[in-house]
Design a protein around this ligand. Structure first.
Ligand code: NAP
Length: 398
């Protein structure tokens, strides 16, 4: 009988062979990519004796149409109870109570890590010469930074109040017609993200970690992120990792932890990708970096993502692209982003063999030049297939 995934006292997930996993189908192309992804996930799980009981929960337009709410409380409670889930893309309601449903879910469940592995699959068209050198995993902080939503609109009473307060307290003069945003970066949130990145590198045998920050300018936020990261390495991980300054760039058999200023990092991930491996950074930098990197390896149709809290065990894995409404219901778009997000979810719950198989299945289908429209238009001799046909091609290769 299907059971819940639970968190053990030892901080390790207890995953039954037949787990119940909640899913949100997603708006727009969700109706195409979710069933396609599900076929591949079920096939890969079955190969290793697992069977998933998928439990649908509602969010986005489907939820609004059925319940009048964009993000029903029942959905949040189900994700909270079952710990691990997966979702398709969701429409951001315009003029609704949420900035974004995705952001709301991350904040409510305190999913502080946004995990974005970026690697190239052989045969995938890429705008760079050596896409095979890109194999990075981005840990993007999900709860703070300018994304925390602490901002006031220009020319409003709130903006006036805040301007006056800042001038009285600090002598800071801000233009009368300025909107003002606040950028909190705390030691607690920085270090829990950095801890997750180091633990990931240790578990996966990744040799290098970069803190990416703009600390030369924003000294007490981004600069502090860098400083706290090195402190963490010294205090908690000195047996397995070492900062650049503490070893002169010669880490021996430990993980080398270094840092790079964000603007240079955006250049270097393009010009010297093999020097980057695990990257931990704050919310906004992480957003720019992950999309720029996704472009290097074939675009957002193939970029997976996950949002996790490594302490409570919660994780929601998701396609990183949006709902692409103009293709909705056409069985056309690339389902790889959700499929690979599912593989990431399998890896997260300890089903590494099934996850590896899925990656190989996609590699093999693309190597055989069986692709959806987005890749076909960039390849010379590809066979363009529908979304569901691509999923079947991957499932057949597992
Ligand atoms: P989008 O849905 O990501 O689509 C932008 C373009 O990306 C598409 O026109 C298409 O490019 C390409 N694309 C997207 N999904 C693809 C797939 N599965 N396979 C291949 N190509 C794909 O971005 P948007 O149009 O800006 O946003 C639409 C809605 O999605 C908005 O309501 C937005 O708020 C929401 N959104 C949700 C999420 C999320 O739930 N995680 C993320 C971003 C946006 P071509 O037309 O060039 O082929």
């Amino acid at each position: 009988m299907a059971e819940k995934i639970t968190m053990g006292d030892d901080g390790v997930l207890n995953v039954p062979d037949d787990p119940i996993i909640p899913f949100i189908e997603g708006d727009g192309t969700g109706v195409d990519i979710w069933p396609a992804a599900r076929l591949v996930l079920d096939t890969a799980a079955a190969k290793y004796g697992h069977s998933i009981e998928w439990k649908e929960v509602l969010a986005g337009e489907k939820a609004y149409n059925e319940t009048g709410e964009w993000l029903p409380q029942a959905t949040v409670e189900t994700f909270s109870e079952y710990l691990i889930g997966i979702k398709g893309p969701l429409t951001t309601p315009i003029g609704g109570g949420f900035r974004s449903l995705n952001v709301a879910l991350r904040q409510i469940l305190d999913l502080y890590v946004c995990l974005r592995p970026v690697r190239w699959f052989e045969g995938v068209p890429s705008p760079v010469k050596r896409p095979e050198l890109v194999d990075m995993v981005i840990f993007r902080e999900n709860t703070e930074d300018i994304y925390a939503g602490l901002e006031v609109e220009a020319m409003t009473p709130d903006a006036k109040k805040l301007r006056e307060l800042l001038e009285d307290a600090f002598g800071w003069r801000i233009a009368e017609d300025a909107g003002i945003g606040i950028k909190p970066i705390s030691k607690t949130c920085s270090q829990r993200l950095q801890r997750a990145a180091i633990q990931y590198a240790v578990e996966r045998g990744r040799p290098r970690i970069h803190w990416v920050h703009k600390g030369n300018i924003m000294k007490f936020t981004e600069g502090a992120f860098q400083k706290w990261g090195y402190e963490l390495v010294r205090e908690e991980f000195s047996d397995v990792a070492v900062g650049w300054d503490d070893c002169g760039g010669e880490p021996g058999d430990r993980i080398l932890v270094q840092d790079t200023i964000a603007d240079i990092a955006l250049q270097q991930v393009l010009t010297r990708p093999s020097e980057f491996d695990v990257i931990a950074t704050m919310n906004l930098n992480g957003d720019y970096l992950s999309d720029a990197l996704a472009a290097q390896v074939g675009g957002i149709g193939i970029a997976p993502g996950g949002n996790a809290n490594y302490v409570t065990g919660h994780g929601i894995f998701e396609a990183t692209h949006g709902t692409a409404p103009r293709y909705a219901g056409q069985d056309k778009v690339n389902p790889s982003s959700v499929i690979l997000s599912g593989a990431l979810m399998f890896e997260h719950i300890g089903w590494k063999d099934a996850a590896d198989d899925i990656v190989r299945g996609i590699e093999s289908a693309v190597a055989d030049r069986i692709v959806t429209y987005d890749f076909a238009r960039l390849m010379d001799d590809a066979t363009e297939v529908r979304c569901s046909e691509f999923a079947s091609a991957v499932a057949d290769r597992l």
